[in-house]
Design a protein around this ligand. Structure first.
Ligand SMILES: Nc1nc2c(ncn2[C@@H]2O[C@H](COP(=O)(O)OP(=O)(O)OP(=O)(O)O)[C@@H](O)[C@H]2O)c(=O)[nH]1
Ligand SMILES: [Mg+2]
Length: 223
């Protein structure tokens, strides 16, 4: 796949774009979702940040996270043109329990998700992985590396997160565009490989939220 960001700083889609796909960027509180979408987006990302309050400190665990003063209260949105013909729309979805209802809308039409994880609080990723499984959305996991966070061998992280052997596991720095792009490409390649795989006896896996049996990203004419 041509992994170069195709429209650096561009506002409008390239005329060559033929396929658009919606992907989610999910993870627990303060794992770096807003940072990730912001690093990657070629348009000014849509953010819904609000200042955190004392009341929020009781439910959102800030241990080990310095200098964070805002939190996402609805979603992040950004756009990445991954190749001449493929554009990705990224939706950052908060992972806290209180946002579960928002997921009904967020998951609609999504092809898959990138789960951001933090090795200091791996167990907090279970809620979002459970939600994705409930919604039938395939996902890859990207460990977002924070300063001072323990670096475990891949096998240990897989085991701790109880990942299937085929689930991609990558590391990234959400502040870095190239690193974040690599993580996204790992997800896209995984989704493409799943769709290219021979269909089982039950037929091709339907795209969640899409028309039944429609196993390819929906095609969209250039805007
Ligand atoms: N060291 C380091 N810090 C990061 C990284 N990614 C994000 N941060 C910082 O971690 C904090 C949380 O990042 P956010 O992007 O706000 O996380 P979030 O998941 O969107 O947070 P909520 O929306 O509140 O759940 C911010 O202060 C970021 O600057 C990273 O890869 N490394
Ligand atoms: Mg956020």
């Amino acid at each position: 796949m041509d992994s170069a960001l195709a429209s650096d700083g561009a506002l409008y889609l390239r005329r060559s774009v033929r396929t658009a796909a919606k992907l989610l960027v999910v993870g627990h509180f303060a794992v770096g979702k807003t940072t990730f979408v912001g690093s990657l987006s070629e348009i000014r990302p849509l953010r819904t940040e609000e200042t955190m309050t004392q009341a929020g400190a009781l439910v959102d665990d800030l241990a080990g996270i310095d200098g964070k003063t805002t939190t996402t209260v609805a979603m992040d949105f950004g756009r990445v043109t991954l190749s001449d013909s493929l554009v990705l729309y990224l939706f950052g979805a908060p992972g806290q329990q209180r946002f579960t209802r928002l997921w009904q809308d967020m998951t609609h039409g999504a092809l898959g998700a990138l789960v951001l994880a933090d090795t200091r609080r791996l167990e907090q990723s279970f809620d979002v992985m459970g939600l994705l499984e409930e919604h039938g959305l395939p996902y890859a996991v990207a460990v977002n590396h924070f300063d001072g966070a323990p670096a475990h061998p891949e096998e240990e992280i897989r085991e701790a997160l109880d990942l299937l052997p085929e689930t991609p596991l990558i590391t990234c720095d959400a502040r870095d565009r190239i690193s974040s792009t690599r993580a996204l490409i790992a997800l896209v390649e995984y989704l493409q490989a799943r769709q290219a795989a021979p269909a089982g006896p039950a037929g091709p896996a339907p795209v969640p939220g899409g028309p039944a049996g429609h196993a390819a990203p929906y095609a969209q004419e250039p805007v």
